[in-house]
Write a protein that binds this ligand. Structure first.
Ligand SMILES: Nc1ncnc2c1ncn2[C@@H]1O[C@H](COP(=O)(O)OP(=O)(O)OP(=O)(O)O)[C@@H](O)[C@H]1O
Ligand SMILES: [Mg+2]
Length: 245
């Protein structure tokens, strides 16, 4: 069978970016092919969130270019990027506390394949909680709502910043299965930032490891997951307990 033709959907081309005059990402290079998911790994403060913020247009790009589906989007405002298919699930979830689940979902909806019914079918728990306010939800429910809200904008690429942070193991299982399903059956690409490398590598095709804003490793997730020595060397001692899972 001929190998499926690879098609680049996203590329960071020597991107230097940060806040004010402070450089956080330093000539960062990577690309993502259609239908692929990418894990962004690295210790605290290396620039993982800044990478996603840069992709969304919320930082200052000093050098380099960002390409999305063939267009140079480096100078695009963030609302235009959302319209072009970038779906952002922020690290703090940012669920509106004084709106109900249903209001949270409909406030930023855009026409497309995803609508309220499909989000509720995908996360039945959100349907049960449709009348609850954002501040009455558990951490797991808030994360489902944050993902559901991104889906309502009908994205082509889902950006997830530490989606499992602070959640109980059973919820982590449920959510990681849901995220995988979004990629496998719904054809969504994803970029997942995670503190737990094993979990992130299980959920993705490709991985990059950041150190001080630059990629020190890039390659298939399965290969990195299988090479515990390399993984420990790249991410340090803090991952011992994660490897024991
Ligand atoms: N809004 C901001 N203004 C100025 N500096 C910032 C801002 N946000 C982050 N930084 C700095 O950029 C660097 C990278 O931070 P970033 O949040 O991207 O790291 P991270 O890898 O996501 O860390 P964590 O694992 O703790 O979430 C840090 O030195 C941080 O202090
Ligand atoms: Mg972060």
């Amino acid at each position: 069978m001929p190998e499926a033709r690879k098609e680049e959907v996203l590329a960071f081309d020597h991107v230097t970016a940060g806040y004010g005059n402070a450089v956080v990402l330093d000539r960062l290079d990577f690309s993502l092919q259609r239908g692929e998911s990418l894990a962004i790994l690295g210790r605290n403060g290396v620039g993982k969130t800044t990478l996603l913020e840069t992709l969304m247009g919320n930082t200052r790009v000093m050098q380099g270019a960002i390409r999305w589906q063939g267009a140079d989007i480096t100078r695009w405002p963030s609302h235009q990027r959302v319209r072009a298919g970038l779906g952002w699930v922020p690290q703090e979830r940012e669920v509106f506390p004084s709106l109900t689940v249903e209001e949270n979902l409909t406030v930023i909806a855009r026409l497309g394949g995803w609508n309220l019914k499909r989000v509720y079918d995908f996360f039945p728990r959100l349907r049960e909680r449709r009348g609850n306010y954002g501040n009455q939800l558990s951490g797991g429910e808030q994360q489902m709502l944050a993902i559901g809200r991104a889906l309502m904008t009908n994205p082509k690429l889902l950006l997830l910043d530490e989606p499992m942070e602070g959640l109980a193991p059973i919820i982590v299982e449920e959510l990681s299965a849901a995220i995988r399903r979004l990629c496998e059956s719904e054809g969504l690409a994803s970029i997942v930032v995670e503190q737990h490398p094993v979990l992130a590598l299980e959920m993705t095709h490709q991985a990059i490891v950041l150190e001080r804003g630059t990629a020190v490793h890039a390659g298939p997730s399965a290969g990195l997951a299988a090479d515990r020595g390399l993984l420990e060397g790249l991410l340090g001692v803090g991952i011992a307990e994660d490897l024991a899972r």
